[in-house]
Write a protein that binds this ligand. Structure first.
Ligand code: DX5
Ligand code: ZN
Length: 218
């Protein structure tokens, strides 16, 4: 389970991160947006650097930016553990994944629901994780797109046991089962955790995990 801080209260970010860590999160998902690849603007390496010392969670950095190659070193130095780039904007995913590895991070490749699946396939042998977007990247709080499920299934078939398959967008207790059943094993959730009614992050994470595990086992 990878809570996305996009839905957190940024005025109290360290507290929010401590609460999801305490609540049983496995990764902390950090959404980086540049106002070009996606219309929204979020955080950069300076914030990642400030987050690094306040948590033991692995930092899962999702780059929704046009020129990821220009910034991966800055994110690696800021303390990223996993750096995921969009296949839409990378001509040579093998070289970029290799560079990410040289910087001491794990590499992930991702794409939007209408993204270039053959580019992702070419990247698969060189990455630790594939992220299939289950919404169009740019904003939290969107509806899960079920038409992405066949893609999740296809990509699962390409991956080894060690490679992870992450999904991101519209994941909540009502959608996580279909993603898990299709083969996803890492689940990003912003709204469903940070904006859950009652604000019980542990209960939200536990419910997502239980529903996903039951679906994966079925
Ligand atoms: C959107 C981001 C997501 C977003 C998910 O472009 O990549 O990580 O935070 O938010 P929810 O879980 O609210 O759909
Ligand atoms: Zn994301």
């Amino acid at each position: 389970m990878a809570p996305s801080i996009l839905a957190a209260d940024f005025a109290h970010l360290a507290d929010e991160i401590a609460r999801v860590e305490e609540a049983g999160a496995d990764l902390l998902h950090l959404d980086v947006m540049d106002g070009h690849f996606v219309p929204n603007l979020t955080i950069g390496p300076a914030i990642v650097e400030k987050i690094r010392p306040v948590t033991n969670l692995l930092l899962d950095v999702h780059l929704m930016i046009e020129e990821p190659a220009r910034y991966i070193q800055a994110f690696a130095e800021a303390g990223a553990d996993v750096i995921t780039f969009h296949a839409e904007v990378v001509g040579d995913p093998e070289a970029l994944a290799q560079r990410i590895h040289e910087l001491g991070c794990e590499a992930g490749v991702t794409m939007n629901p209408d993204g270039p699946l053959d580019q992702v396939r070419r990247a698969v042998p060189h990455v630790d994780m594939v992220l299939i977007m289950t919404i169009y990247a740019g904003f939290g709080g969107q509806q899960f797109l079920p038409e992405t499920l066949p893609t999740i299934r296809t990509v699962r078939g390409w991956l080894s046991e060690e490679q992870r398959l992450e999904v991101d967008g519209g994941i909540h207790a009502g959608t996580v089962a279909s993603a898990a059943e299709a083969g996803a094993d890492v689940f990003v959730a912003g709204t469903a955790i940070f904006r859950s009614p009652g604000g019980d992050y542990a209960a939200s994470i536990a419910e997502l995990r239980a529903v996903a595990a039951a679906a994966a086992a079925s």
